[in-house]
Ligand binder design. Structure first.
Ligand code: GDD
Ligand code: MG
Length: 403
């Protein structure tokens, strides 16, 4: 992999946001292939060996809810052999047990490729018990089971990744039509960690170069997702209001495909459902930007080491399932809500957000935005108790193999 050097950077306290970086070569050869004459720094080269070292440290969490099995299968095929796969499903179990079909697919994949795949169902009572024993009951609903939602699935994946002994965690959606894009995302995650100066606390977020659509019977490669363009605009305004300088540094407000060191992931607070990705940026600014007293258990260490946030533009087009207009509107509202309710958000920006939502007929201008459910950092959960409560569970057996 060969990437350019980030031209832009914005520093907010202990958080360093790097500007968008692009890919020059998807494959830049082995370490020994570098000609001496090329050893100058216009681009940075991540040779195979370094990429592989970083892939070996990585767990990839795949959240799934009622997706086509064919797509899930393609996503598995795109995840490099060195990575530990963790499947977290919230698919229905009746009248057809779709999770059983997914587990079957992941087990077969594991057998054919000789890789232990960890798979769990979000609403599994034993998993709920593990969270209860770990003292992390906020993730449970009235029925005592883990709440539904993409973020909640990601929290499960994060706990399991921590127990698997891996050092970094990446998230890849299961509704991706191009296995080659999945492979690129994993390589970009690994490249980001290879570049990271703050080894303990780093994040890599992917921005898609294009999203193919059919417009007037032709293929059209749109640059920005409908939600991303709005989220990024308001997120940049939030950064600007903090630094006093207008900026466009944020290009990945809604990055479904992103990765973190587990040390960072365990110290992040979360917002529910689809607001999780924009909230990560807001949380970093709030907690480690030097404004508020941080709540994360290892916050002193985080602040001492700084957090590096990389944003990389992938080369492959991103093609995923179309989930409808209302889905996009809900995502916009959820993303803007975490900006709106941040203590960092000035009144003028709040007003702009309300205006934006009312112009899009998502919410009336005089209406307050809903406060979304927040979760504390998982570092507050008792990992030993969580592990002990999973005894005898197929995921626990897979974890044994994974270690
Ligand atoms: N485990 C679990 N639990 N998975 C879920 C749930 C759930 O409750 N809900 C959705 N998923 C899975 C889906 O099956 C899919 O693989 C992934 O999470 C993303 O959900 P989509 O419904 O496909 O979301 P999207 O494509 O509109 O948005 C994605 O991209 C955005 C960036 O443009 C998401 O990753 C967003 O979070 C992201 O902001
Ligand atoms: Mg999708």
């Amino acid at each position: 992999m060969r990437l350019d050097l980030p031209r832009l950077r914005e520093r907010l306290g202990a958080v360093l946001f790097y500007g968008l970086q692009s890919v020059y070569e998807l494959d830049s050869g082995m370490a020994a292939d570098e000609p001496i004459s090329e050893r100058w720094e216009a681009t940075q080269r991540i040779p195979y060996e370094l990429l592989h070292d970083n892939l070996q440290k990585m767990a990839i969490v795949v959240p799934v809810r009622e997706e086509k099995l064919k797509l899930l299968d393609g996503v598995f095929a795109g995840i490099p052999n060195a990575c530990q796969i963790i499947l977290v499903s919230n698919s229905s179990r009746s009248p057809i047990d779709r999770f059983e079909l997914e587990r079957d697919a992941s087990n077969s994949f594991g057998v054919y490729t000789n890789r232990p795949v960890i798979s769990v169902h979000q609403r599994d009572p034993q998993l709920a018990k593990a969270f209860a024993e770990a003292g992390y009951t906020e993730i449970l609903d009235d029925e005592g089971l883990v709440r539904s939602g993409k973020a909640e699935g990601m929290l499960i994946g994060t706990m399991l990744a921590r127990l698997s002994g891996r050092e970094t965690i990446g998230f890849i959606d299961s509704d991706n039509y191009f296995p080659g894009a999945v492979l690129e995302y994993c390589h970009l995650f690994a490249s980001g960690f290879a570049m990271a100066r703050a080894k303990h606390y780093a994040m890599v977020r992917i921005s898609w170069a294009s999203k193919p659509k059919i417009v007037e019977n032709n293929l059209y490669f749109a640059k920005w997702g409908r939600s991303s363009i709005i989220t990024n605009r308001f997120m940049n305004q939030l950064v600007s209001s903090y630094t006093g300088f207008e900026t466009e540094v944020i290009r990945t407000g809604n990055a479904g495909e992103h990765a973190m060191t587990l040390d960072l992931a365990m110290n992040m607070g979360h917002s529910s459902g689809y607001s999780i990705e924009p909230y990560q940026l807001v949380y970093l600014m709030e907690q480690f930007g030097g404004v508020e007293a941080p709540e994360a258990p290892d916050s002193t260490d985080v602040i001492r080491n700084t957090v590096n946030v990389y944003q990389v533009e992938s080369r492959n087009p991103h093609l995923h399932e179309y989930k409808g207009e209302e889905h996009v509107e809900r995502m916009i509202e959820a993303s803007l809500s975490v900006i709106y309710h941040s203590p960092l958000c000035p009144d003028s920006l709040k007003e702009d957000i309300r205006r934006e939502l009312s112009e899009r007929r998502i919410r009336a201008a005089d209406e307050e935005l809903p406060q979304l459910r927040k979760y504390q950092p998982l570092a507050k959960a008792d990992q030993q108790a969580f592990r002990a409560a999973l005894e005898g569970h197929p995921a626990e057996t897979a974890l044994e193999f994974a270690l």
